[in-house]
Design a protein around this ligand. Structure first.
Ligand code: AMP
Length: 217
């Protein structure tokens, strides 16, 4: 299966991609996560990306493309769920061409539909485990007892100014990507509100609809 999980920041892509990867043995490819690790390790990519990520802006396409290409190639172009890529039309067009060339077109593009007001509430209360990358929400999914509180932090781009910027960027640059996929056989949009399991079940249903005839390479 080759899946893109699509949707605004805070739609739950990370959480759902993690569940899909655990339950369906897929590789979770999050360009945001790769960038955060690169920033922490202070690699050249991390240093280049830092100011963009922290301001809630998009990292230049060519930088992120290399990360996506390496990650997809490392799993031989199959058995992955992409979270946070593509985010621009140029990225979407590159991804389609790259996977076509490898004979491995996307089996599903699933959009998580969540209204703006829910997104702001989710992001401002989101916290992340610095070592595992797991996301929590102060009310809906608090860190379990016993977790070292010092490791549970707010992402710099989850602060109010950066959240506003990310929503603007989503509307201007990423939402057109949805139009690019809408109408394709592999595209489905699901309601991204409700519990994690409810959303997961909707995604599973969307995958049932899109994958049977398309799962071969
Ligand atoms: P995420 O963890 O997916 O919310 O991504 C965090 C940040 O990483 C984004 O706000 C961007 O600054 C950067 N980023 C992640 N994926 C991409 C992408 N596909 N294109 C450009 N920037 C990205």
């Amino acid at each position: 299966m080759r899946i893109v999980l699509f949707g605004p920041p805070g739609a739950g892509k990370g959480t759902q991609a993690r569940l899909l990867s655990e339950r369906r043995d897929l590789c979770h490819i999050s360009t945001g996560e790769i960038l955060r690790e690169s920033m922490e390790d202070e690699t050249p990519v991390g240093r280049e990306a830092k100011s963009y990520v922290e301001a809630g802006e998009l990292v230049p396409d060519d930088v992120v493309r290399r990360l996506a290409e390496d990650a997809i190639s490392s799993v031989e172009h199959d058995g992955f769920v992409l979270d946070g890529y593509p985010r621009t039309l140029q990225q979407a067009e590159w991804l389609t061409a790259f996977l076509e060339k490898e004979g491995a077109p996307l089996t599903a593009v699933v959009n998580l539909d969540v209204p703006d007001e829910k997104i702001v509430a989710r992001l401002s209360k989101r916290r992340v485990h610095t070592e595992t990358g797991e996301n929590f929400h102060l009310e809906a999914k608090p860190p379990p007892p016993g977790v070292d509180e010092a490791l549970i932090v707010q992402r710099p781009d989850d602060r109010p100014e950066a959240i506003r910027k990310r929503l603007d960027v989503y509307r201007d640059e990423t939402a057109p990507v949805r139009a690019h996929y809408e109408g394709h056989d592999a595209y489905r949009s699901v309601d991204g509100t409700g519990s994690f399991e409810e959303v997961y079940d909707r995604i599973a249903e969307a995958l049932e609809e899109t994958t049977p005839a398309r799962s071969g390479r």
